[in-house]
Design a protein around this ligand. Structure first.
Ligand SMILES: Nc1nc2c(ncn2[C@@H]2O[C@H](COP(=O)(O)OP(=O)(O)O)[C@@H](O)[C@H]2O)c(=O)[nH]1
Ligand SMILES: [Mg+2]
Length: 161
């Protein structure tokens, strides 16, 4: 069976762990001072492919861990907190993905707490600055919105590395 490796990235508290738990069921994780430092990754079978999903910590000083994890993956999911917009660390993460030529999607999380006007401004900012990003999903890891679209995109990925 084809195996595809996907990593989840994003700043602290944007909702990475919540999204993974909703996607994969109750995952094992190690948290230290509320930061997820290690994750027992899970996998999904979609479209006859095994999609392995890895998490990463969101703290600034752990950027080296993100870069290491990214070396062997096929695809990345960048989670943004749409109530906070694109933070500096998110920009650094997206630039790293672009420099490493890793395809990614942006999951605009927490849309349940943001109004349409602000969400549209954020969408505009992303489309202006990140023309290489192919998919943007509006959703909520907390209540499951956007997960079907996310699974649909994951099911169409192909092995790269
Ligand atoms: N309103 C709202 N809160 C969310 C959503 N997803 C996560 N959260 C909350 O955001 C906080 C941080 O979530 P967590 O998954 O630990 O973020 P992480 O640091 O990126 O792993 C928690 O209090 C979550 O309940 C969402 O879609 N909507
Ligand atoms: Mg976490």
């Amino acid at each position: 069976m084809e195996k595809i490796k996907v990593v989840i990235l994003g700043s602290e508290d944007v909702g990475k762990t919540t999204l993974m738990e909703n996607l994969l069921g109750n995952i094992g994780k190690v948290e230290y001072n509320k930061t997820t430092v290690a994750i027992d990754y899970g996998s999904l079978i979609l479209n006859g492919k095994k999609i392995h999903i890895f998490g990463t910590p969101g703290q600034k000083r752990f950027h080296f861990m993100r870069e290491l994890t990214l070396k062997g993956v096929d695809f990345a999911i960048v989670v943004l907190d749409s109530s906070k917009g694109i933070m500096d660390l998110d920009k650094k993460i997206i630039n790293t993905l672009n420099n490493m030529n890793i395809p990614y999607l942006i999951f605009l999380n927490k849309i349940d707490i943001v109004n349409r006007e602000n969400l549209n401004k954020l969408l505009y900012e992303i489309k202006e600055n990140y023309k290489d990003c192919c998919h943007i999903i509006e959703g909520s890891g907390l209540n499951g919105v956007g997960l079907d679209k996310l699974k649909d995109i994951l099911s169409n990925l192909t092995y790269r590395k």
